[in-house]
Write a protein of this length. Structure first.
Length: 79
């Protein structure tokens, strides 16, 4: 199949792939051991990794996804 049949170029898909990896890694940084009612209060839910770094990584992934979709592809159009 030819490249002109796709809506996005290879560069756009590469940027979107990197963005998807950032989004997944940001969500993984926000996860952790679930709090259990038997063990009492778990202070790790307020760690900087969960409430600062993880959301920043995920948000940067979402922003990069927008860039990846809107990035202009250099396609030679001849009429």
């Amino acid at each position: 199949m030819s490249q002109k049949n796709f809506a996005l170029s290879k560069k756009n898909l590469f940027i979107c792939g990197i963005a998807m990896l950032l989004i997944i890694s940001g969500f993984l940084l926000m996860t952790g051991n679930p709090t259990s009612f038997e063990g009492g209060f778990e202070p790790d839910i307020f760690s900087a990794r969960r409430i600062k770094f993880g959301p920043i990584v995920a948000l940067s992934g979402f922003a990069l996804m927008i860039v990846g979709i809107l990035y202009p592809s250099k396609v030679n159009t001849k009429k």
